[in-house]
Design a protein around this ligand. Structure first.
Ligand SMILES: [Zn+2]
Length: 323
């Protein structure tokens, strides 16, 4: 993939969610399953290698909450005398950079880790974080996906079960709250959206909302149909995120610029709705996937949202799959 791969490597936010888009972009079209598999395997290695050498940057948000970027999805950190709580665990090979960034936020050890969903770029750090004392909390479907061989059709890739220490030990299927470091933490499962195991985490006093991969700030999102995701589910989750936020709420997206707000989230939601409607109309008129991609239903949004690895053709395919 030559130049394109080098361009990808120069970017800071690698994630498994982006692999298929990258492979798609690299070939300028559809991959055979064998090609996609080879590309995906290569990119898993690339993502890990890149994470191993990428810096992890901390942004202080409000109260005792920060966000770390540079190891897979954006990681929220709550600090205080009761121990640190992390929302998502990043990629395992970033352990040295994450450890350094975490100690820069305070001396306490990590006692809690919440996974927003099962994807590798949010849960690959589970094992080492558990080994240093973190109790792992997640949606019941996240535990299921981490416990079993998991096939993601759009990556043509099979993930092996996670090691025992990486499996969440506390499971939720309904809203749950937790009090830690004087902070009210609220965990809320979504209906199937990006996957069937997504959950949001709210830090009440600081008015901060981590929405996992139901929101990608400034970039087209990946949608994992293999584990229950859909375009309509993404739109419903966006509406519930908007309802949960005020103009003062700091919103942490799963990917993209890590500090966001309600008006940016609204733009993401409106983009999803517009593209869903355009793709649905084309599909209803009998257009094939190739014809729908050729009709460029995302064109009005590409300059703003299509500059990352889920490129316009690949995002069109993801929407077409669900309408
Ligand atoms: Zn994801």
């Amino acid at each position: 993939m030559g130049l394109r791969r080098n361009q990808l490597l120069s970017r800071r936010h690698f994630c498994l969610c982006c692999m298929s888009g990258a492979a798609f972009a690299a070939t300028g079209g559809w991959l055979t399953p064998r090609q996609a598999f080879a590309e995906a395997r290569g990119l898993v290695t690339l993502i890990k290698d890149s994470a191993a050498s990428s810096p992890v940057t901390a942004h202080k948000l409000r109260g005792n909450v920060s966000v770390l970027e540079g190891s897979g999805g954006n990681i929220a950190v709550l600090t205080g005398p009761d121990g640190k709580l992390l929302v998502d665990g990043g990629i395992g090979v970033s352990r040295p950079q994450l450890t350094k960034a975490l100690s820069g936020l305070g001396p306490e050890s990590v006692t809690h880790l919440i996974n927003t969903h099962w994807h590798f770029d949010h849960s690959d750090g589970n094992e080492w974080l558990h080994s240093v004392g973190a109790k792992i909390i997640a949606h019941e479907n996240t535990r299921k996906h981490l416990s079993e061989i998991q096939r993601v059709e759009d990556w043509d890739y099979n993930f092996l079960p996670s090691p025992a220490g990486a499996i969440p030990s506390e499971i939720l299927s309904a809203n749950r709250s937790l009090k830690l470091n004087g902070t009210s933490i609220e965990m809320k499962p979504y209906k199937p959206a990006h996957t069937d195991g997504d959950l949001s985490v709210t830090f009440g006093e600081a008015d901060i909302l981590h929405v996992g991969d139901t929101y990608w700030n400034g970039i087209y999102p990946f949608i994992d149909y293999s584990t229950g995701g859909s375009i309509d589910g993404m739109i419903i989750a966006s509406d519930s995120n908007l309802a949960a936020a005020t103009d003062n709420t700091i919103i942490i997206p799963g990917h993209g610029k890590p500090v966001s707000n309600k008006s940016e989230l609204k733009a993401f939601r409106d983009m999803l709705v517009d593209i869903r409607d355009k793709v649905a109309a084309l599909k209803k008129a009998g257009r094939t996937l190739e014809e729908t991609v050729a009709a460029k239903p995302t064109a009005a949004h590409d300059a703003k949202w299509g500059q990352f690895v889920i490129d316009p053709p690949f995002f069109t395919k993801l929407v077409y799959e669900g309408v």
